[in-house]
Design a protein around this ligand. Structure first.
Ligand SMILES: Cc1ncc(COP(=O)(O)O)c(C=O)c1O
Length: 431
């Protein structure tokens, strides 16, 4: 099946085009699209909950919401947290923006690769962003001690860490996160972004939200779009000690949360069992998806505790080409990572979806690899082959800043750059 659309939209900006942009470009073909790009819980809300929301839509859209305090109070009671320790925003991205405006004066540190707003927000407001390269050779895992040393060396005033991290899916055990925040008690602020924490099954209570409330400089940030499967609503929150949370909460615009967010938050109490079940199904699908992806020769599949999986493609396969092929031939959308800092276009991020959808993705990847391998092997000698599947392209590490660059390279490394190389790729299949 062929889908026609303007693939140029993937070459603009640091984020993928929205579903709506893509759907407009595809026209009637968009109903058939299978989205492996945006990490969204496919099992929640349940069809019954969507029916309930649809039935109330007219009222939801016609009336003003209650003020954010009442909605936040309901969320706090669900999470069993004191209401003064939580502030809700119109998506966690709004809260990242406020954290930058109100709490980052001069510099911040973040591991890379990571969620783009953590690197870009403070760069855009003229602050120094110290980027700590996660080593591909170590599966992009964060070494807590090395990160603390890096922050001290650069004297970064604020530190951020995502747990699990996007796009690699690495999870840092809770005791290690507490060790990190306690080692950084002398910094202005430490933010632990737990937007994907509900998908973790490595330990029963992975969040440090309760511990953050007791510390003077720690905020936990959480998106609600990913775990509740509702990115379009735009809701998220921060947790911390009341004084810290008030700094943000008191500056948020009145009615920053809409009536759809209010309705969902007040519905949740009656649907907690379905929510828990959705997480169980997702963990099952993640396990199956990892297993199936690992069966494809030449792919390096990273373990994940998020609702997505990072994959390194064989050295000769380019991420953008695979993405364009899957979208135009199979109606499958994936996230190619070339526009993220600290990682290359040899990596793709694949969202965990139900079995039937994953089968379609796997078929698409297999058919692409089969056709491109057989084409590129025509006329190749054994010597050519030895070189062809060797080293992947390197990525750089260091402190970055924004430059007005006529060539369009928005970010360049400034300090301490060294090329990072990953493990050698070997190739096991030729068809
Ligand atoms: C780690 C992380 N934090 C925050 C966000 C932003 O989420 P929201 O939709 O709540 O703005 C994202 C989005 O992908 C993310 O990956």
């Amino acid at each position: 099946m062929k889908h026609s659309m303007d693939l140029g939209m993937f070459r603009q900006g640091n984020h993928s085009p929205s579903y709506f942009t893509l759907a407009r470009s595809m026209g009637s073909g968009s109903e058939d699209l299978s989205d492996f790009c945006i990490p969204c819980n496919p099992y929640f809300p349940t069809p019954d909950m969507f029916a309930e929301l649809s039935a109330k839509l007219e009222t939801i859209l016609k009336y003003y919401p209650t003020d954010a305090g009442a909605i936040t109070g309901q969320l706090a009671s669900l999470l069993q947290m004191p209401p003064q320790t939580i502030a809700m925003g119109n998506g966690s991205t709004e809260l990242i923006t406020w954290i930058d405006h109100l709490m980052i004066q001069e510099s911040m540190a973040t591991p890379v690769p990571t969620f783009g707003r953590w690197t870009d927000q403070s760069l855009e407001t003229g602050k120094r962003v110290d980027m700590f390269q996660l080593p591909e050779a170590g599966g992009f895992a964060l070494d807590i001690d090395a990160y603390v040393d890096f922050i001290r060396e650069r004297n970064s005033r604020v530190a951020v860490v995502c747990n699990p991290n996007n796009p690699d899916g690495n999870y840092i055990p809770k005791w290690e996160v507490l060790r990190l925040v306690d080692s950084l008690a002398d910094r202005d602020l430490v933010v632990v972004d737990e937007s994907f924490i509900d998908f973790v099954d490595a330990e029963p209570r992975p969040s440090i939200a309760q511990e953050a409330m007791l510390r003077h400089n720690v905020l936990v940030l959480k998106s609600l779009g990913k775990n509740f499967g509702l990115h379009g609503i735009r809701f998220g929150y921060v947790v911390g000690n009341p004084a810290l949370v008030k700094k943000i909460g008191s500056r948020l615009p009145k009615w920053n949360l809409n009536s759809l967010a209010e309705t969902v938050i007040f519905m949740l109490r009656d649907h907690l069992a379905e929510y828990r079940e959705s997480l169980r199904l997702l963990a099952r699908d993640r396990y199956e998806m990892l297993t199936e992806l690992r069966r494809i020769p030449g792919m390096q599949v990273f373990p994940s505790q998020g609702n997505f999986v990072l994959v390194k493609l064989p050295a000769e396969v380019e991420g953008p080409r695979l993405r364009d092929y899957l979208l135009s031939r199979h109606g499958v959308l994936i996230r190619e990572c070339g526009n993220k800092l600290g990682i290359t276009s040899q990596f793709v991020r694949l969202v965990v979806r139900p079995r039937e959808d994953t089968e379609r993705l796997l078929n698409g990847i297999r058919s692409y690899l089969t056709s491109s391998f057989s084409e590129s092997l025509e006329g190749a000698t054994p010597l050519d082959l030895a070189g062809r599947f060797a080293e992947p392209s390197g990525v750089k590490t260091g402190t970055h800043s924004v430059l007005d660059d006529p060539l369009g390279d928005r970010v360049v490394p400034l300090l301490g750059s060294e090329t990072m190389s990953g493990p050698r790729m070997t190739r096991t299949g030729t068809r």
